[in-house]
Design a protein around this ligand. Structure first.
Ligand code: NAP
Length: 245
């Protein structure tokens, strides 16, 4: 499995690409000794928006960040998104801008709002799972070509740690969470992220769907201040937060 990932996305030694991806592969290898690795990515405007209010997000960031996203998919065992992203974008979540195998595709749809008409459920491009609240599925159901997987409800909907455990039992060691803001924020609130990549693009949307939203704090001492590293991707800057340090 790891060999496939390396073949899919490992850059030549010494290149700037290796600076970006080799530390990630090492972090994943370390994490999988004790469990799994979960990394999220969002492309946001200077004012912290990932889409317009109506949900238009194509494209916030530039070509290099889009290519990066496809490389992250190629590295991952599974790519996960929230319900709104599927409803608004109808994404394929496949690897197309670089070489590599398609990861398992996972959608969080607790209340079973999706009707199976979206491309994920009809294109047959990769195994697809719908995570639904355990009280909303018998556990042996399908949605189009996808399998519906029951997840127990937690304090904030479906518990991200439980999601990681369920996916790990299905062989998912590297989980890539690709949005949107609500989904990534719930993983972050639950301390269920190893890393978070925020690509900041030089545009101001002014209103719209927020990137990370966490409960309010009174003092800056209560903020998260993770160790970070930075990478220039064309006109954008990607900042990667490491929550394990
Ligand atoms: N710029 C980027 O990087 C980027 C990336 C992806 C998407 N997008 C854009 O972002 C927008 C969608 O983002 P969004 O923040 O509005 O929504 P989202 O994260 O795509 O979906 C949120 C919904 O997913 C379900 N969900 C997610 N995590 C859950 C959990 N742990 N437990 C239970 N339910 C959970 C909930 O559904 P229920 O409401 O049924 O509870 C929630 O309302 C779209 O416009 C898309 O185009 C941008």
């Amino acid at each position: 499995m790891l060999e496939r990932r390396n073949n899919a996305a490992a850059p030549a030694a010494g290149s700037p690409l290796s600076d970006l991806y080799v530390p990630l592969c090492k972090a994943h290898d370390e994490a999988r000794r004790t469990g799994t690795f979960a990394i999220a990515h969002l492309a946001q405007s200077l004012d912290g928006r990932i889409a317009t209010r109506g949900g238009v997000s194509q494209w916030v960031s530039g070509e290099e960040d889009l290519l990066h996203t496809h490389r992250m998919r190629a590295l991952a065992d599974a790519v996960l998104v929230g319900l709104n992203t599927v409803l608004l974008d109808d994404p394929q979540l496949t690897v197309r801008r670089c070489s590599g195998m398609n990861p398992i595709r996972v959608v969080i749809d607790p209340e079973r709002r999706l009707d199976g008409s979206q491309r994920l459920f009809t294109d047959g491009a990769a195994k697809t799972l719908v995570l639904a609240a355990a009280d909303r599925t018998r556990g042996d159901e399908a949605l189009g070509q996808a399998e519906v997987v029951p997840v127990p409800r937690g304090e904030l909907g479906l518990d991200p740690h439980e999601i990681r455990r369920i996916l790990a039992r299905r062989g998912v060691s590297w989980l890539f969470i690709e949005g949107g803001g609500v989904t990534v924020s719930r993983f972050l609130i639950s301390r269920a992220l190893d890393r978070l990549q925020l690509t900041v693009a030089p545009l101001i949307i002014g209103s719209g769907r927020p990137s990370i939203l966490l409960p309010e704090v009174d003092h800056l001492s209560e903020c998260l201040r993770p160790r970070t590293r930075r990478c220039v991707l064309g006109d954008d800057i990607m900042i990667e937060c490491d929550f394990n340090e």
